[in-house]
Design a protein around this ligand. Structure first.
Ligand SMILES: NC(=O)CC[C@H](N)C(=O)O
Length: 253
């Protein structure tokens, strides 16, 4: 349970006692596609601002702690997703954390399994953890490729990019709103929307890792978790990559 070592100098204030606890949930089961990088990004952006943090890796050997500030769940294929769903349904830690206002980022399989139900690899439906009002059924054709999303206006963030690789289509119920509208790609595969926002829970199909590609989204989550808007942190390389990925986007923001 340590902060990761930064790759750029951090301010001395970063060595103050832990303040923000970030849980990486079952990465051995749902941590494919580099999605554990989302937790690394959150830690790093806190450290760059001199905010103390702690990365808690939840491996399943111990119960899911309910006292973390942010929970990160990643993508997976096959059995890992089913096992993770079973564990998170049996373990109340995450739902207790959500009930007291914790922030969650769930990607692809993680998003699906935190819904009310999802299709397994053979198309059989399985119960999810029920944190998102969303159900995932098989899609006629696998969605693969780059995605650009216009975020829901209330989020106040710039266009989101990432890549998708999934066979499930997710329909949102009334308690969940979309993360945004698909400009390029498939996203949820229903109603031209991508992902979900429900309270402080964000679900998305986007890998990248999505928070490495979209610092605004990372800071939105950290703002929810810390309770205040964080100081701007603009990194030229990230902006240059964003520009590159949005080059062929049909609309400008
Ligand atoms: N990339 C993923 O996490 C895939 C999730 C799920 N197995 C699907 O194909 O829909």
């Amino acid at each position: 349970m340590t902060c990761l070592e930064p790759t750029v100098p951090v301010s001395p204030a970063a060595h103050q006692p832990s303040q923000v606890r970030i849980a990486l949930v079952l990465p051995q089961l749902v941590g494919g596609y580099g999605d554990r990088g989302n937790a690394v990004v959150l830690v790093q952006r806190l450290r760059w601002r001199g905010i103390g943090c702690e990365l808690v890796e939840v491996t399943g050997a111990t119960p899911v702690p309910s006292d973390c500030d942010v929970y990160v769940v990643g993508g997976a294929e096959g059995g890992g997703q089913l096992t993770a769903a079973r564990r998170l349904r049996a373990d109340p830690g995450l739902s207790r954390a959500v009930a007291r206002g914790a922030t969650v980022l769930a990607v692809c399989a993680g998003f699906q399994l935190l819904g009310t139900g999802f299709a397994g690899p053979d198309g059989t439906m399985h119960p999810g953890a029920g944190l998102f009002d969303a159900v995932t059924r098989p899609m006629p054709r696998r969605a693969m490729g780059e995605v650009v999303v216009d975020p829901a206006p209330g989020l106040g963030i710039r266009a989101i990019t990432g890549y998708e690789n999934h066979a499930g289509a997710t329909r949102l119920g009334p308690a969940a709103g979309p993360l945004g509208r698909v400009v390029t790609g498939v996203g949820n595969g229903v109603d031209d929307v991508e992902g979900a926002v429900q309270g402080r829970l964000v679900g998305t199909y986007l890998h990248g890792p999505v928070l490495a590609r979209n610092p605004d989204l990372a800071d939105l989550l950290l703002g929810w978790a810390t309770g205040h808007r964080l100081a701007p942190l603009v990194l030229e390389e990230i902006e240059a990559l964003r520009h590159e990925r949005l080059r062929h986007r049909p609309v400008t923001t």
